[in-house]
Design a protein around this ligand. Structure first.
Ligand code: BES
Ligand code: MN
Ligand code: ZN
Length: 504
């Protein structure tokens, strides 16, 4: 797919479909007005008859019948002008791009990124929307909405709809718009890779596959990459990770990626992602209903791999290390059992109450391994608890941590990127629930506050550093399809992390 900027008057642009945005309004304005005139007042009539009102996500297709070079115009609603946000623009761009694709067309021409003086975004200066913000949002919205996972379809492939070309139409060349486009493309590419990894079933996306993908990505983006295998883990005494891996015939991998865009010797930001390629629960086996969903239990790892890729592609001036403990969690004669006590890399002993609370075990050893980098901040991402879905549903990632500034920075990045987070308390009292009668800690803290006690467990292994934990169990998967997130893997965390790293 090609995506590029073209400076040309809209009413002169030749295309199958021109996307034009409009706020909720009683009359036509800006570009809509220009086109309306050329179409002899057709759009005014639509407004008058309330066939199109500019409501957010509303679309209306018009045939231009040769009155302008664009064969069709797709009107897309931007909602109330006063309530306009960058996220709404992303959605309008995504929704309209999807609509053009569904028409079976091959090319999208969008005017949504046009500088404030011309397009319906003329008051875009409000709410801090710069030309850069606008073009980045339009780019991300469009590309991300067109994602499709078709690797395993062998029948009727010719029926798969595909856009080959997106033209971002602007009145005048503008450096900021160009920058927004470039960044939007690079970030979206990273999100695509994350979505692919997560959508691939666990018989493809094994720990070995993740490690190979990480190596391939690292080579292409100029990132250092090292893979530890079982023998290395044994040498490092990663007893918690090894306990989880024990039941599976798939060899575990520990993926290390290092990007040095910052000053030499400057402490890195450490990202740790849960790379559980299939979570059956182990001996504490899960119910079979919906167990297939547990192929996505490596989404934190995918985000860690793809965020560092995007940081490298954007040449961000920061040092970043991504660590991804990757394994399956399976029952077998060799698997770890409830009641087992294992020794983590840090030397702490863990009583395994449930073999299904495996995410915190593998992350514990990743966090300990990360100590050698003396990171300035540690962020881990994991599909860690079903409890976060009970607490926050599907619209927010759970955020917990031990450092106020880090938490605030992540919240800010969440608002800006549209990958929203919500903080839960991590008071000392919760740590009581993880006390074991025979070991230093147990891996389940009882029924109440499951997301928090899981984070409290991790805190024991990340304690010395500024650390934040993102529980993405509720945000990892899109069940219905949203304007720029088709059904399936969301690729959550990539855009959030990149935004955080950019703001450093
Ligand atoms: N991977 C799961 C959490 C999960 C649940 C992710 C639903 C996405 C959707 C995790 O390993 C798990 O099984 N957690 C247990 C913890 C419990 C045993 C303390 C859970 O949430 O039930
Ligand atoms: Mn589990
Ligand atoms: Zn899991």
């Amino acid at each position: 797919m090609k995506i590029y900027i073209k400076a040309e008057a809209f009413e002169k642009h030749k295309t199958g479909c021109l996307v034009v945005g409009s706020f909720e309004s009683k009359k036509t304005e800006g570009l809509v007005k220009v086109i309306d005139k050329r179409l002899n007042g057709l759009i005014s009539k639509l407004f008058k008859d309330k066939d199109f009102e500019g409501k957010l996500k509303q679309t209306r297709l018009i045939y231009t019948q040769g009155k302008i070079p664009a064969e069709r115009v797709l009107l897309v609603g931007l909602g109330k002008e006063k309530e306009f946000t960058i996220e709404k623009l992303r959605q309008a761009s995504g929704g309209s791009s999807r609509a053009v694709k569904d028409l079976g067309l091959k090319k999208i021409s969008t005017s949504l990124a046009n500088p404030p003086s011309v397009s319906p975004l003329k008051k875009g200066g409000k709410g801090g929307l710069s030309a850069y913000d606008i073009s980045k949002a339009v780019t991300e919205g469009a590309i991300l909405s067109l994602y499709d996972f078709t690797s395993y379809r062998t029948e009727k492939r010719e029926e798969i709809k595909r856009i080959d070309e997106i033209v971002i139409l602007i009145e005048k060349e503008n450096k900021e718009i160009k920058k927004g486009l470039d960044e939007g493309i690079k970030i979206s590419e990273a999100v695509y890779i994350a979505r692919d990894m997560i959508n691939h079933p666990a018989n493809t996306a094994t720990p070995t596959y993740l490690a190979e993908q990480a190596k391939r990505i690292a080579k292409k983006s100029g990132i250092r990459c090292k893979i530890l295998d079982r023998a290395d883990m044994e040498r490092l005494k990663m007893g918690a990770l090894l306990a989880v891996a024990r039941g599976s015939d798939e060899p575990p991998k520990f993926i290390i990626m290092e990007y040095n865009g910052g000053k030499k010797g400057e402490p890195p930001v450490l990202i740790a992602g849960k790379g559980l390629t299939f979570d059956s629960g182990g001996i504490s086996i899960k119910p079979s209903e919906k167990m297939e969903e547990m192929k996505h239990d490596m989404a934190g790892g995918a985000a860690a791999i793809c965020a560092i890729k995007a940081a490298a592609d954007l040449k961000l001036p920061v040092n970043v290390v991504s660590l991804i403990p990757a394994t399956e969690n399976m029952p077998s004669g060799k698997a770890d059992k409830p009641g087992d006590v294992v020794k983590a890399m840090s030397g702490k002993t863990i009583e395994v109450i449930s073999t299904d609370a495996e995410g915190r075990m593998i992350l514990a050893d990743a966090l300990t391994y990360g100590e050698r980098y003396k990171p300035k901040a540690v962020i881990d991402l994991a599909t860690l608890t079903g409890a976060v879905i009970i607490a926050l549903g599907y619209h927010a990632t759970g955020l917990l941590g031990n450092d106020k500034n880090l938490i605030e920075a992540i919240k800010k990045a969440g608002e800006k990127s549209g990958e929203r987070v919500w903080e839960l308390p991590l008071w000392e009292e919760y740590e009581e629930q993880n006390k074991s009668d025979i070991a230093d800690v147990k891996n389940v803290g009882g029924r109440g506050g499951g997301t928090i006690t899981a984070a409290a467990f991790l805190k024991k292994f990340a304690g010395k550093f500024k650390w934040a934990h993102l529980d993405i169990a509720g945000t990892v998967w899109e069940y219905n399809g949203k304007p720029y997130v088709p059904k399936g893997a969301v690729g959550v965390g990539v855009r959030l992390l990149v935004e955080y790293l950019k703001n450093l």
